[in-house]
Write a protein that binds this ligand. Structure first.
Ligand SMILES: [Zn+2]
Length: 115
């Protein structure tokens, strides 16, 4: 796999876009993150909510993934709903709300576990 990041900027949306991270709309007038580059030989443009991008990046850092291993929040939440949901509820509640994470869906750690 190869990817080349060509540009990153933070424009204000002039029309409605879809956030690649949470799959919900980026409403017109919203400042958001736009990334353009080359992936597998093809040109791409991604747009995402600024905080979605930050949450994704933090999960990516915590997971210790390589440069070419990106993650998408909606896939991450689908694959690891308890872990990712708990993380987002604690640190990025607005992102959690966009993804439909509900506090009741989070499985709390068992007290005394790990002793
Ligand atoms: Zn988003």
């Amino acid at each position: 796999m190869s990817s080349t990041l060509l540009s990153t900027n933070w424009p204000v949306a002039r029309k409605k876009y879809r956030c690649e991270q949470c799959q919900t709309p980026i409403e017109p007038g919203t400042k958001h993150r736009k990334e353009a580059g080359i992936w597998e030989g093809g040109f791409y443009t991604n747009r995402e909510h600024t905080d979605c991008g930050e949450a994704s990046h933090e999960i990516w850092l915590n997971a210790g993934l390589g440069y070419d291993e990106g993650i998408w929040l909606h896939e991450e939440y689908w694959n690891e709903p308890e872990f990712t949901g708990a993380f987002l509820l604690e640190k990025y509640p607005e992102v959690a709300a966009r993804l439909g994470v509900k506090p009741t869906s989070v499985i709390a750690p068992v007290p005394g576990d790990g002793e």
